[in-house]
Design a protein around this ligand. Structure first.
Ligand code: MD6
Ligand code: FE
Length: 221
């Protein structure tokens, strides 16, 4: 029996899924609302976490981050008394970071393309876990070598308020409520923009779980 003919155009492959909407937050900052179904991603986070556990990193200033982090991919983001940097193995276990699942790489690639930033092949997926009451202060992601590469940030689990500020730390806040399956991509003139995440509120429903996860894809090297 002949196999069924599947005709997929490039447009079908790279168009955002039905139901997704694209919102410009600021120049070169794009929100892809409901871009991805997250159940398979949550299972993949569980397998990353089994090999590279979540930990609360120390900051160069001597503090400790309230958000728990781990990584997958060739390099991982790390912070301790000596500063922020990318490292090839996990300082906690001494082993290489877990491989980046193909689903993660594909998600980052298709989100960057859908947001208008072209081909993106990340070498780091930083995984953040926010418990209720935790937050990420205003900062910019600036430890990567090639700032022409965008950042793709995927939200899973509990909703949060992502705050875009842009060129300066004190610029007016543009708050964006992000929920499970939303993706924010920034690059171009916004690549070094300031941003943060407000203190996570308790879930309205118990079924929503206890955490927000965020996958941040970067090209570090
Ligand atoms: C977010 N996260 O959680 C945005 N940046 O929506 C970040 O901006 C971020 O979580 C650097 C390191 C960890 C992060
Ligand atoms: Fe960031």
């Amino acid at each position: 029996m002949p196999r069924a003919r599947v005709s997929l155009s490039q447009h079908d492959l790279f168009a955002p899924p039905a139901g997704a909407t694209t919102v410009a937050i600021a120049p070169d900052v794009v929100l892809l609302r409901q871009f991805i179904a997250t159940a398979p991603l949550k299972a993949l986070i569980t397998s990353v976490e089994a090999r590279a556990p979540f930990r609360h990193l120390r900051t160069p200033g001597g503090g400790q981050m309230s958000v728990a982090m781990t990584n997958c991919g060739p390099v991982g983001w790390h912070s301790d008394a000596s500063g922020y940097r990318y490292v090839e193995s996990d300082p906690l276990t001494g082993r290489p970071w877990p491989e980046m699942p193909a689903e993660f790489a594909w998600l980052a690639f298709s989100a960057a393309l859908a947001a208008g930033f072209g081909r993106f092949e990340p070498d780091c997926c930083l995984v953040n876990r926010y418990a209720v009451g935790t937050q990420m202060g205003t900062h910019r992601d600036f430890d990567e070598l090639d700032l022409r590469q965008p950042i793709v940030s995927v939200s899973l689990g509990l909703p949060a308020v992502f705050v875009w500020r842009g060129a300066t730390r004190g610029a007016p806040a543009l708050p964006v409520r992000v929920t499970d399956g939303d993706v924010i991509v920034w690059g171009g003139e916004a690549r070094a923009g300031y941003h943060g995440v407000r203190r996570l509120a308790a879930a309205a429903e118990v079924s929503a779980g206890s955490f927000r996860y965020n996958l941040t894809f970067r090209r570090a090297r």
